[in-house]
Design a protein around this ligand. Structure first.
Ligand SMILES: [Fe+2]
Length: 171
C-alpha cells in the first residue's frame, strides 16, 4: 500500500482510541500538528508531532511488549525517514527530561500524563537522547503534545496532514 494511503488509514484508526480523558487520539494528533504549524516547525517536525502517538493505533500496536513510542518510531522511520521516527520516538524521554528540568512543567501536565510519568520511569535529568542535534526539536514536539488535549480546539485536517506527509516522502 502507498505510504500516504497507509497514513490516512492509521489516522482514521485513531478515532475513538482514548489514551487521554479529554480528546481521542485523532483529535490529539491533529491538535498537536496545529501547534507545530503555529510554532513554525518544519514539515518533518509537523508530521512527527501529528503521528507521535501512532503507537496507540490498533494497526501499529501489534506487540503489547513494545512501548508505544518505540512502536511509533519504528513505524515512522520506515515510512518517513530517521528524523521523523526519532522525534516521535523521543516524546516520552522528552517528558521525563522536562519534568526534571522545568519546575513548572509537571504542574501543567494532564492527570493522565502525570500518572503515566510514574510508570515510564519518572523525571530524569539525564536522557540518552539529550544533546543529540535533534533533541531541541524533540522538546518542541513534547510541548505541542502537552497542549493538544483541549476538547473542540482548532486542529489540522487529515488532508492537511497528508499534504505534509507527501512533502516529506517526496524529498
Ligand atoms: Fe501524545
Amino acid at each position: 500500500m502507498d505510504v500516504i494511503d497507509e497514513t490516512a488509514q492509521v489516522l482514521a484508526s485513531l478515532r475513538g482510541v482514548w489514551d487521554e480523558v479529554e480528546v481521542d487520539e485523532l483529535d490529539h494528533a491533529l491538535q498537536a500538528g496545529r501547534h507545530a504549524v503555529l510554532d513554525g516547525a518544519d514539515d518533518e517536525l509537523i508530521l512527527a508531532s501529528v503521528l507521535h502517538d501512532v503507537g496507540h493505533s490498533p494497526l501499529v500496536a501489534v506487540d503489547p511488549s513494545v512501548h508505544h513510542e518505540d512502536a511509533a518510531q519504528e513505524w515512522l522511520d520506515r515510512r518517513f525517514g530517521e528524523r521523523v521516527g526519532w522525534l516521535a520516538g523521543s516524546h516520552v524521554r522528552a517528558k521525563q527530561y522536562l519534568a526534571a528540568t522545568d519546575p513548572d512543567y509537571v504542574a501543567a501536565l494532564s492527570p493522565t500524563s502525570i500518572r503515566s510519568l510514574a510508570y515510564q520511569g519518572g523525571a530524569l535529568v539525564r536522557s540518552s537522547r539529550a544533546g543529540h542535534p535533534w533533541w531541541s526539536d524533540a522538546l518542541r514536539l513534547r510541548r505541542y503534545d502537552d497542549a493538544a488535549k483541549v476538547p473542540g480546539a482548532q486542529a489540522l485536517s487529515v488532508d492537511e496532514v497528508l499534504e505534509f506527509a507527501r512533502r516529506v516522502v517526496s524529498r
